[in-house]
Write a protein that binds this ligand. Sequence first.
Ligand code: SF4
Length: 310
Amino acid sequence: MTETTDLYMAFPRGFCAGVKRAISLVEKTLAEYGRPVFVHHEIVHNRHVVEKLKTQGVIFIERLDEISDLSRPLVISAHGAAAEVYADAAKLGLKLIDATCPLVEKVHRQIRKLAQQEKTIIVIGKANHPEIIGTVGQLGPDSKVFVINSETEVQNLPLEQNTKVGIVTQTTLAVDEVEKITAALKQKFTCLKDFRRSDVCYATTHRQKAVKAIAEKAEAVIVIGSKNSSNSLQLKKTALTAGALKAWLIDDASELPLADLKGIKNLGISAGASAPEHLVEQVVDTLRQYYRNLKIHDVTVAEEHIEFKS
Ligand code: SF4
């Protein structure tokens, strides 16, 4: 037991509209068609969500040739998928339910538009992330596309200053990083002089803003989310950049670094866009037992009213 600790709870945190819709679509598919239901990639990047759906009859696959029964439905994850996944599913006659987040679909439409305009396309994102595989996978083999994720990579692009380029961004990156990379691109390419667009979504932006606000008050920040969740990873990084001395990304209360929390007087909590709120509640309950006097403060930076129909 230690003395009084102030606990700052970031808001918004946890599930975004795209994640809620994706999980709801899988649940509705299970209710309508029974088990098993195949899902292309983890529906959202959260271990608890994925494990729970597995027990309800979901089989997660990465390739369509893993589908053992073609009469069963296939759900595309919130991250979206390459055009060839849709084409192959149609060839196989699969019943397809598309849980791609509408904000990712918007990026898909934009990259296809840039390709139609015959632009050289620069994708700011992580090349091996499923969202970027799906976004780049909207393009035909003749498109010119470069995936970059740093200012250094901007300098190394083998393109002339007057190249007609267009940009799209992964929705879950760090807002500040994207701004820096975009500024470097604007400096390098003449046609981007007036470029303003960013595809980092509202949920990512709000959660990073909220984590910054708690990191200004707390010396340590706990982010609840899975290690393969891009936006959760960014929240941990954002907390450290914003002034927290320590930050941890944990899946649930069992991973709380209690020994390292000893003596901490101001602690912050947030959760990635794919982390269920009950995991946050369990973490807070554990902290209540650990700290003799835990004072909880809500730190709200934005209201969210966005909902996507499922
Ligand atoms: S983080 Fe943003 S883009 Fe991703 S599912 Fe949520 S709302 Fe959609």
